[in-house]
Design a protein around this ligand. Structure first.
Ligand code: PMP
Length: 425
């Protein structure tokens, strides 16, 4: 029998160290919120391929849609000879994106590519070069998106120099003592000390910082950003790559903020595991780029388009926004109960099914080793957990929105047992 360890040894010999894997669990098959490794072990998956399988693994409707598409064709290149699903998906997303302005879309393949295109569009629309991003933000691993990312290890360390004209402002973060006023003042300082607003093309933010630690943007700060952008002709970009597609209890987390961004990036949950990403924005902004300026060979793959159309139907029919909210409520009460037992759980953050706990010691120091140990112990006990956070001390929970309640409860019990094993009763 092939073992996880055999495969890990073979992987280590041929895959560069830079592309790490969180656990040596080599997946044989996956169904809804569970996966099975090559040794036949079952795991409850609280990671969903990093917020991708919101509709669960191998949803039969998505599998059927993609199989049917495969029987017709798998690629023609949408920039050469397009297909109906490409148009239909754009119709759906432009209709569903928050705000009343007429919208247009483009499709690409990865989240980072969607961000790259958002910056290109903002620059061509404004004729300016500067971009403001936030400390703790994550926008990808390509050269430009790595520059936008506000987390050094492991994403930036040693990979410089970074593209110029990118500035990082502090993200408001109540738990770490950064108030909305602090962030607003820092933005003013940035305009006074680093770049004048008339040279800024875009401000990019995540409605909930993902890799950075699951910190929600306060709606009043989002409104300040909207006003600053309106006052100075700057494009506001909402990066919904991790937050989108019902994860937070709304189709897009921006809906909580009461603002309309100029541009929105989407990926991950958009197509239940098929590589497609989108940039959706105000039509006049999106149309600033000339024909041929945007695109890519695989951009808007027909397999991704049909999968995404099915995901949107499932979100409606299976009421996945409501399910995300229900998951959030259940996990919040379980985590609050655990917090009574284990004071290292210093903060619990919940927006729908985008849930995190931050682990801190008595002196307020991040418990990085405990976070790692918890991920490791959970794997041993049959639960896939993901960590995150600029300080590496946050556990994030991203279960499938279609998870059975009994499996959710079982997963939380495993978590409790792991904490007991590591922290004592
Ligand atoms: N933005 C955010 C908010 C993300 O969470 C990610 C992926 N973790 C990206 C951008 C980059 O997406 P991709 O890995 O598909 O390039």
């Amino acid at each position: 029998m092939t073992t996880n360890q055999d495969l890990q040894d073979r992987k280590d010999a041929v895959i560069a160290r830079g592309m790490g894997n969180a656990s040596a669990v080599y997946v044989e098959r996956a169904e809804n919120a569970c996966l099975w490794d090559v040794e036949g072990n079952r795991y409850i998956d609280f990671g969903s391929g990093i917020a991708v399988n919101n509709t669960g693994h191998s949803h039969p409707r998505i599998v059927a849609a993609v199989k049917a598409q495969l029987d017709k064709f798998s690629h023609t290149c949408a920039m050469v000879t397009p297909y109906a699903s490409f148009v239909e998906l754009a119709e759906e997303l432009t209709r569903r994106a928050p705000g009343n302005s007429p919208k247009k879309a483009i499709f690409v393949t990865t989240g980072a590519e969607a961000i790259e295109n958002a910056i290109k569009v903002a620059r061509v629309k404004t004729g300016r070069s500067g971009v403001i991003a936030f400390k703790g933000g994550f926008h990808g691993r390509t050269n430009l998106t790595m520059g936008l990312t506000g987390k050094v290890a492991p994403y930036k360390a040693g990979f410089g120099p970074f593209p110029n004209e990118i500035y990082h402002a502090p993200f408001p973060n109540a738990f770490h003592g950064i108030s909305v006023d602090d962030s607003v003042q820092a933005l003013k300082d940035l305009f006074a000390c680093d770049i004048e607003p008339s040279r800024v093309a875009a401000i990019i933010f995540e409605p909930v910082q993902g890799e950075g630690g699951f910190y929600q943007v306060p709606p009043e700060f989002a409104r300040v950003l909207r006003k600053v952008c309106d006052d100075h002709g700057i494009m506001l970009i909402a990066d919904e790559i991790q937050t989108g597609f019902a994860r937070t209890g709304k189709l897009f987390a921006t809906e909580y903020l009461g603002i309309e961004p100029d541009l929105m990036t989407m990926a991950k949950g958009i197509a239940g595991g098929f590589p497609i990403a989108a940039l959706v924005g105000k039509a006049d902004v999106m149309d600033a780029a000339n024909p041929g300026g945007l695109g890519g060979t695989y951009a808007g793959s027909p397999l991704g388009c049909v999968a995404a159309l099915e995901v949107l139907k499932l979100i409606d029919e299976e009421q996945l926004c409501q399910k995300a909210l229900a998951i959030g409520e259940i996990m919040k009460s379980r985590l609050q109960a655990l917090q009574q037992q284990f004071p290292v759980i210093a903060d619990i953050r919940v927006l729908g099914a985008m849930i995190a706990m931050e682990l801190v010691d008595d002196a307020g120091q991040p418990m990085v080793e405990l976070t790692k140990a918890l991920v490791g112990q959970a794997k041993e006990n049959g639960l896939i957990l993901l960590s995150c956070g600029v300080r590496g001390n946050v556990i994030r929970f991203l279960p499938a929105l279609t998870i059975e309640e009994s499996i959710l409860e079982e997963g939380m019990l495993i978590l409790e047992n792991c904490l007991k094993e590591l922290q004592g009763d």
